[in-house]
Ligand binder design. Structure first.
Ligand code: PGA
Ligand code: ZN
Length: 402
């Protein structure tokens, strides 16, 4: 392994798509630099690492100045695993609660970006080796939950167009987003239709109405453009699970009713992608759903796993899901993320690399989704910070086809 030394680094505060402060890090190898900013969740999983110590971004910056800046000078940037281990050691806790998982994420990815630049190799190739694959986009179209006040109880209704190229798929997802907007304005005549954190439509409609509008719009666009469009849903159930019940506007679902509802999403409504249909401790309930419809649909764990290998291991043992959502800042470093991806892939679980509701224009997830051969990349459908990722996959696809 070559030895290329980190010569210096910088950390700064910038702003994310919600207008909140976010951490950005730059790692230097001489005059070559890698920069990364970390996103922020709203429906954060209970077992993910701590984004900032005491929810205070300034404490992360102070921690960096005091404990990280000098400690990484001279470190071999090529040894990503050792670099990430060093971050863990400097932090000294098991959940990055001293430095903040977002600082760790930004430094870890910034280091990988610097090395990939040094090697004159795109990040997707540096991380993923010889067989990168272009994912398909799955985009958020109608939303609520913790991402939009007065929206649906279910957090996200999504589509994934299956075009011949990534560009075509993104275009078709955007067309569905546009058509859903028209349908919502027609339906709600004069009442406001807004956009949530991920630029999905947010309106005062029931979950059932949202399902039907999404289905209708997707089948219209599918017919008009002769393209297959898969439907998806992210329940983000933790956000409406209270005292053993799933609390919807029209009434509560018991655990068994919620399991039936998730199954009906596939059987009655044809949904292909079903994320977090139950709260994050019901591994057995997930397994019941996967047993019934896992051969026809992706059952995805986000809050269930929080990109954590221990939890993914449990899901594999109990056959809880057939897919895992991957978010680097849920676990804090690139190497930990790669471990989770390897574990999932080895056990025939699909991976879906995902944005977070509060995003920057950083496009590293485009590279990771390609590097990990993920079936899907989950982002919004429109909005600059979402399109930063999708447009980067378009560029990567161009690179790969040549
Ligand atoms: P986030 O959640 O708000 O934590 O980013 C998005 C999701 O649940 O997929
Ligand atoms: Zn989710």
């Amino acid at each position: 392994m070559n030895n290329i030394e980190i010569t210096s680094s910088k950390v700064r505060k910038i702003f994310d798509s919600r207008g909140n402060e976010a951490i950005e890090a730059t790692v230097y190898i001489g005059s070559i630099e890698g920069t990364c900013s970390a996103p922020a969740g709203a429906s954060t999983g209970e077992t993910e690492v701590i984004a900032y110590p005491d929810h205070n971004i300034n404490k992360s910056v102070e921690f960096y100045n005091k404990n990280v800046r000098n400690a990484i000078i001279g470190f071999n940037a090529m040894a990503q695993k050792n670099f990430d281990t060093l971050l863990h050691e400097i932090d000294g806790t098991d959940n990055f609660s001293a430095m903040g998982g977002n600082l760790a994420t930004a430094l870890s990815i910034a280091n990988a970006k610097a090395v990939s630049k040094y090697l004159n190799m795109p990040l997707y190739r540096y991380v993923g080796g010889l067989n990168p694959e272009i994912p398909r986009p799955i985009g958020n179209i109608i939303g609520g939950g913790k991402h939009a006040k007065n929206g649906t109880t279910i957090q996200e209704f999504l589509v994934s167009s299956q075009g011949k190229t990534f560009f075509e798929s993104v275009y078709s997802n955007i067309m569905v987003h546009r058509r859903v907007g028209e349908k919502l304005s027609e339906k709600l005549k004069g009442q406001s239709v807004g956009l949530g954190d991920e630029k999905a439509w947010s309106a005062d409609v029931s979950d059932e109405e949202a399902i039907n509008i999404l289905k209708d719009a997707a089948s219209e666009i599918s017919r008009e453009n002769n393209i297959k469009i898969l439907l998806g849903v992210d329940f983000a159930s933790d956000s409406f699970y209270e005292n053993g019940k799933y609390v919807y506007k029209k009434g509560d679902n018991s655990r068994d009713e919620q399991i039936d509802f998730a199954i009906s999403m596939n059987r009655e409504y044809g949904f292909y992608f079903i994320e977090d249909p139950l709260y994050d401790r019901d591994f057995e309930g997930f397994a019941e759903i996967t047993k019934k419809i896992g051969n026809k649909a992706l059952i995805v764990g986000d809050d269930l796993y929080t990109t954590n290998p221990e939890r993914i291991k449990k899901g594999i043992e109990l056959k809880s899901t057939n897919a895992v959502l991957i978010k680097v800042n849920q676990i804090g470093t690139l190497s930990d993320t790669v471990n989770s991806v390897k574990l999932a892939t080895k056990n025939k679980m699909e991976t879906v690399v995902s944005h977070r509701s509060g995003e920057t224009t950083d496009d590293f997830i485009a590279h990771l989704a390609t590097a990990f051969n993920s079936r899907l990349i989950k982002t919004g459908t429109i909005g600059g910070e979402r399109l930063a990722k999708l447009n980067e996959v378009i560029r990567i696809e161009e690179d790969l086809v040549q």
